[in-house]
Design a protein around this ligand. Structure first.
Ligand code: G3D
Ligand code: MG
Length: 209
């Protein structure tokens, strides 16, 4: 038997994007494999959980969806703070919604730096014939800002699983890296502590002259 996994990692993920791009639909497709389910589309904000296993590591995703506040431009830092990942959704038939993704990228990078993993989802690819956001523009923008780009259709169940899987992989990888750096940092702190002479330091002396 392989060794037991060492605990579960919890990651917070937020869905962001203009109203009606399909955020709730993507989430419900992922969690319940449903589309346009009446009781589900009226779901109010908070989060849904999804457990998955990556390389033997147990991971719990808390995926936050809005209650439609984005329609009133009322989504603030309180919604996305402490997020490990963000899914920035636009509708490929709606150019403005892609502009909104760019605004979110700017805001998240400003507020959270590189602590957050970003993925961009061009949703509604079942409406390819109505596409308004050029493929190469979206993809090169994503590359420029260091985000993976996915095409999804919550309606036809395309790309949704892959999107969450890749995001989770990247969050897990970043988490591992960060905890290694943290270990190195605390090791360094320890050495410094041991080497530091017990009392005297330049600050404890009298510097009144
Ligand atoms: P939001 O949570 O971003 O506001 P919703 O978006 O998930 O509520 O979806 C908004 C509308 O887009 C819904 O239509 C939904 O059915 C539709 N939609 C979501 N994803 C897709 C998709 O992949 N393809 C297509 N063709 N439509 C999609 P209604 O008519 O219920 O407003
Ligand atoms: Mg919604």
């Amino acid at each position: 038997m392989s060794s037991a996994p060492s605990g579960t990692n919890n990651f917070k993920v937020v869905l962001l994007g203009e109203g009606c791009v399909g955020k709730t639909s993507i989430l419900l497709r992922y969690i319940e494999d449903k589309f346009n389910d009446k009781h589900l589309t009226t779901l109010q904000a908070t989060f849904l959980n999804k457990k998955l296993n990556i390389n033997g590591k147990r991971i719990n995703l808390s995926i936050w969806d809005t209650a439609g506040q984005e329609k009133f431009h009322a989504l603030g830092p309180i919604y996305y703070r402490n997020s490990n990942g963000a899914i920035l959704v636009y509708d490929i038939t709606d150019e403005d919604s892609f502009g909104k993704v760019k605004n979110w990228v700017k805001e998240l990078k400003k507020m959270l730096g590189s602590d957050i993993v970003l993925v961009i989802a061009g949703n509604k690819i079942d409406l390819e014939h109505e596409r308004m956001v050029p493929l190469d523009e979206a993809e090169s923008y994503a590359e420029m800002v260091g985000a993976k780009h996915f095409y999804t259709s919550a309606k036809l169940n395309q790309g949704v699983e892959e999107l969450f899987l890749e995001l989770t992989r990247e969050m897990a990888e970043r988490f591992e890296k960060n905890s290694q750096t943290d270990n190195n940092k605390s090791a360094r702190v320890l050495v410094v502590d041991e080497d530091t002479p017990t009392q005297s330091s330049c600050c404890s002396g009298n510097r009144s002259n």
